[in-house]
Design a protein around this ligand. Structure first.
Ligand SMILES: [Zn+2]
Length: 302
């Protein structure tokens, strides 16, 4: 990915120690980016045409208030501690800030097509552990999005885990992770997470897992949309980038993770989708570049 020297997002809150990094010494940064939308419950309905694409269907099925589906303990990755040599060098916070800036530009433009204003999330850089509105965040669970405070949480050491433990190397694998977490924010402000979470609490565990898979595959699809848009708008992609993202999607499929951990593959317990599904939905979003194709909730085939 071409990222050096490009615009960086200011929506970074750096909670790491005084390590003199890219944002060193700046202290906590609070999100800029306009006023909060009013109550979450109306979020989906207000979005009109955009909402119609991926919100209305589940708004009919689900109902209820914001609660936490994602966040600590319900995170996106099985992330054992990083050990061994660091082969990718220092995971750069500048890289993170460039990718985040790219998500802001892409989602701002896509929302604008529907007459809406995108409110970007804050990305919190932390080390090991940090408080969140979804409970205590821990680096061991990998990066996650907390709907209650609208923040993406990232310990940069995860990028070493991603390469050395999960077998997903390359800068665009890391960009995909950031895009995926940011996609959860998109789902949150579209009203999808606030609608899905209470439903998950009401139904059987197997059904709750199915809903989780729909949410996660939609986030993968939206990540693909983002990748296509980043390519078209900024020329940011290099040969091999999409392959890196597709490989990452495959490496963090539930079946692959279960197999790697030596366990039996149990489809009922899947919460994110199989490797094949994750790759397919990312590719679907990438190939079309449009959110229209990301309605996992009414898809005939997940
Ligand atoms: Zn996710």
């Amino acid at each position: 990915m071409k990222w050096r020297g490009r615009r960086t997002s200011r929506n970074i809150e750096d909670r790491r120690g005084s390590n003199g990094g890219f944002f060193g010494g700046s202290g906590p940064r609070i999100r800029i980016g306009g006023s909060r939308r009013g109550g979450m419950r109306g979020g989906g309905a207000k979005l009109g045409g955009l909402g119609a694409i991926i919100v209305v269907v589940i708004a009919l099925i689900f109902g209820g208030d914001l609660s936490s589906l994602l966040g600590p303990g319900g995170g996106d990755y099985t992330a054992p501690e990083a050990r061994g040599p660091n082969t990718i060098g220092d995971p750069s916070e500048e890289f993170v800030a460039v990718v985040l800036a790219d998500t802001e530009e892409v989602w701002t433009a896509l929302f604008r097509q529907y007459g809406e204003t995108y409110q970007p999330p804050t990305l919190v850089l932390f080390e090991q552990s940090t408080p969140t509105a979804c409970g205590q965040g821990n680096a061991a669970t990998g990066p996650f999005y907390c709907p209650a405070d609208r923040k993406v949480y990232l310990d940069l050491s995860f990028f070493r885990v991603l390469e050395s433990r999960l077998g997903a190397g390359g800068d665009f694998a890391r960009a995909y992770v950031i895009a995926h977490e940011t996609a959860h924010h998109v789902q949150n402000i579209l009203g999808i997470l606030p609608n899905a979470n209470p439903e998950r609490a009401r139904v059987s565990e197997a059904r709750a897992n199915e809903i989780s898979v729909m949410i996660e595959l939609q986030a993968d699809c939206l990540s693909g949309v983002w990748a296509r848009q980043a390519e078209a708008r900024f020329g940011a992609l290099e040969p091999g980038d999409i392959e890196e993202a597709l490989n990452a999607a495959a490496m963090i499929g539930d079946d692959t993770l279960q197999r790697r951990s030596g366990g039996t593959v149990m489809p009922d317990s899947f919460t994110h989708g199989t490797s094949e599904q994750r790759v397919r939905w990312f590719r679907l979003g990438y190939d079309s570049g449009s959110m229209d194709v990301c309605d996992t909730f009414s898809a005939r085939r997940l």
